[in-house]
Design a protein around this ligand. Structure first.
Ligand code: SF4
Ligand code: SF4
Length: 247
C-alpha cells in the first residue's frame, strides 16, 4: 500500500448540489415552520425534551487543539478510512449527496462485528451507538478488510466532494457539554502549519464540526415532522424505522 494519502482535508466543498440535496434544503424551512404549531405540538415537545434544538455557532466553541494543528494525511500510516473503529455514520445530507452522486451502494446498516470480546469501544463510540443515529441511521459500507468501499486504489476519497460530514471534520471532534472542539484520539498524524497558512484550514475543519452537529439537529427535526416528504425524496428508505420508533 502506498504510504502517502492525498490530503483529504485541503479540498473544498463543491458549489453545486444535486436534486436530492436541493430537495432536502428546500424541505428545511417547511419542517422548521412546523415546530411549535398546533398540529405538531407533541412532536415538538418530544424533541425539546431530548435535544437542545438551537443550532451551534462556531463562536460558541473553544478549539482545544494547539494552534495550527491539522492532520498530516500525506505522512499518515494509520489511515482512518479502514479499521474496526472506522465507522462512518451518515446524516440525511450525506445520504442525499451519495444518492445524487450515484453512490447509494455505499450505504448500509451492516456494522462491523467487534474483533474483541467484550468489544472495546471508546465512550464516543458507545454514545454514538446508543443515539438515534447509531440505532436507526445507516453507515458507510466496508469491504472484507474493514476498509470503506469508497476509498480508491490511490488512497483518495472516491466520494469526494460528496464525502460525509464526519469525514470532512475528522479528526476535529465536538464535546458538546464543554463546548469544546478537540482532537480525536484515532488520528495520530498531526502537523503544525505555519501561522500564515493555518487559519483557513483550521477554520474549515472547525466549521465542518459545527456543520456536522447542526445537520444532526436537522435530521431529528425532519424525522419528527417531515417523514412523508423525506419518503418522497427517497431518503426514508435508508432509515431503520423499527429501531427509530421503538426508542
Ligand atoms: S488518521 Fe488523521 S492523518 Fe491519517 S488519514 Fe485520517 S485524518 Fe488523515
Ligand atoms: S468516505 Fe472517503 S474519507 Fe470517508 S471513510 Fe470513505 S474513503 Fe475515507
Amino acid at each position: 500500500m502506498p504510504a502517502a494519502l492525498p490530503v483529504l482535508h485541503e479540498q473544498t466543498r463543491p458549489a453545486g448540489a444535486g436534486p436530492v440535496e436541493r430537495g432536502l434544503d428546500a424541505l428545511w424551512p417547511t419542517a422548521r415552520a412546523r415546530l411549535w404549531t398546533a398540529r405538531y405540538w407533541r412532536e415538538t415537545l418530544q424533541l425539546w425534551r431530548g435535544y437542545r434544538l438551537r443550532p451551534l455557532d462556531l463562536g460558541q466553541l473553544t478549539i482545544a487543539i494547539p494552534s495550527g494543528q491539522v492532520p498530516d494525511c500525506d505522512a499518515c500510516t494509520e489511515l482512518c478510512c479502514t479499521g474496526e473503529h472506522a465507522v462512518v455514520s451518515l446524516r440525511f445530507r450525506d445520504l442525499a449527496r451519495l444518492v445524487d452522486a450515484g453512490r447509494s451502494a455505499a450505504i448500509t446498516h451492516e456494522r462491523p462485528a467487534p474483533t474483541t470480546s467484550p468489544p472495546k469501544r471508546t465512550w464516543a463510540r458507545r454514545e454514538a451507538d446508543a443515539s438515534v443515529f447509531g440505532r436507526a441511521f445507516p453507515v458507510l459500507a466496508r469491504d472484507r478488510t474493514g476498509t470503506c468501499t469508497l476509498l480508491t486504489d490511490e488512497r483518495t476519497c472516491g466520494a469526494f466532494p460528496a464525502w460525509p460530514l464526519s469525514c470532512a471534520r475528522y479528526p476535529y471532534a465536538l464535546d458538546l457539554q464543554r463546548r469544546v472542539i478537540f482532537w480525536a484520539k484515532g488520528c495520530a498524524s498531526p502537523v503544525m502549519l505555519p501561522a500564515a497558512e493555518a487559519p483557513p484550514r483550521v477554520r474549515a475543519l472547525a466549521r465542518a464540526v459545527v456543520d456536522a452537529y447542526n445537520e444532526r439537529l436537522r435530521d431529528v427535526v425532519l424525522l419528527a415532522v417531515a417523514r412523508k416528504e423525506l419518503d418522497d425524496l427517497g431518503l426514508l428508505r435508508f432509515i431503520d424505522l423499527d429501531k427509530l420508533d421503538r426508542s
